[in-house]
Write a protein that binds this ligand. Structure first.
Ligand code: AMP
Length: 298
């Protein structure tokens, strides 16, 4: 595996089809699953590692974001990637950008409403990665379902010649969606965080039992989270996969998103819902058998 720090160096030696997995580092099995998916379909797999300041809406979140380049480089190589692209801030933003990438509608609800400016930061950095790396395919997690919708629409609207591929959410052994933020949960908050998964599991069961009304599904998701004193719900919304806009009921491929603060940590999760002929099928993703590499000692 080679490590490169500039777009030009990456393109100089590039041959064959390219699969890109953008990350902000401190990798876990969710990221590794994207790398594996990229390796199956492309000649070259490049993993970008860039903590993008423009997408953080709280300074403290950026300041405490975990970083460990040596650990990440080892994991990227073991996962079968060919290139680690680890640019400096100056490489990505030689000047503060005067150009905005705004994906209206898709960016406006849910995360867009609660984290003003977040998707503007995501859209510009992904546009820069697509322009600079020129991948054939780019891999994103359904864990961030609205982000996946924003990126898919941005790439289509701007005619980037890339296929955006959404990959299933990877969860810890007990169901909590993997996130580098999980390492910040106290032992008690870690237990309380399971309320989000409990809500989503109940939604999956209800969907498969034939429930399709947004109000009913949202109430089912809320119940265990509202009953958990350490958790504070920010929003619970049934939204369309394509536009991330609220639905009144299941009449298009959807996701039911839940976002809550557990202690001081903000957690987001969702269950993916697709149609299968005349019924709806809920997909919670994949669970690990044992502890995540997030908790391995350095
Ligand atoms: P991040 O480093 O948090 O910006 O995430 C990089 C990519 O990994 C994004 O496409 C995320 O959606 C994806 N990702 C993060 N957590 C998970 C997870 N638990 N399962 C699958 N994909 C994930």
């Amino acid at each position: 595996m080679r490590t490169v720090t500039t777009f030009a160096d990456f393109r100089k030696e590039q041959q064959g089809s390219v699969g890109l997995t953008p990350t902000m580092g401190y990798l876990h099995e969710g990221h590794l699953s994207l790398i594996h998916a990229a390796a199956e379909a492309n000649d070259t797999v490049v993993v970008s590692l860039f903590v993008n300041p423009l997408q953080f809406t709280e300074d403290i979140d950026l300041a405490v974001y975990p970083r460990d380049l040596d650990r990440d480089a080892r994991l990227v190589e073991d996962a079968g990637a060919d290139v680690l692209f680890a640019p400096s801030i100056d490489e990505v933003y030689p000047e503060p950008p005067l150009t905005a990438v705004t994906v209206s509608k898709v960016s406006e609800g849910m995360e867009g409403e609660h984290r003003k400016g977040h998707f503007a930061g995501v859209a510009i950095v992904v546009a820069k990665l697509l322009a600079g790396i020129q991948p054939d395919r780019a891999y994103f997690g359904r864990k961030d379902a609205q982000q996946l919708a924003v990126v898919t629409r941005m790439a289509a609207d701007l005619s980037f010649p890339v296929e955006v591929v959404g990959c299933p959410t990877v969860r810890e052994h007990d169901g909590l969606a993997l996130s580098s933020r999980n390492t910040r949960l106290s032992r008690q908050d870690r237990g309380a965080a399971l309320a989000l998964f409990a809500g989503l599991e109940a939604v999956a069961e209800a969907v498969e039992g034939g429930e399709g009304a947004a109000a009913a599904l949202e109430a089912i998701a809320r119940a265990p989270i509202a009953a958990e004193p350490r958790a504070n719900i920010e929003y619970v919304t049934l939204a369309s996969q394509a536009e991330a806009t609220p639905l009144r009921g299941l009449d298009a491929p959807a996701f039911l998103a839940v976002t809550a603060r557990v202690g001081t940590t903000r957690l987001i999760d969702n269950v993916h819902i697709d149609s299968a002929g005349d019924r709806w099928v809920a997909d919670l993703g994949i669970r690990l058998d044992g502890p995540s590499i997030l908790y391995e000692e350095g």
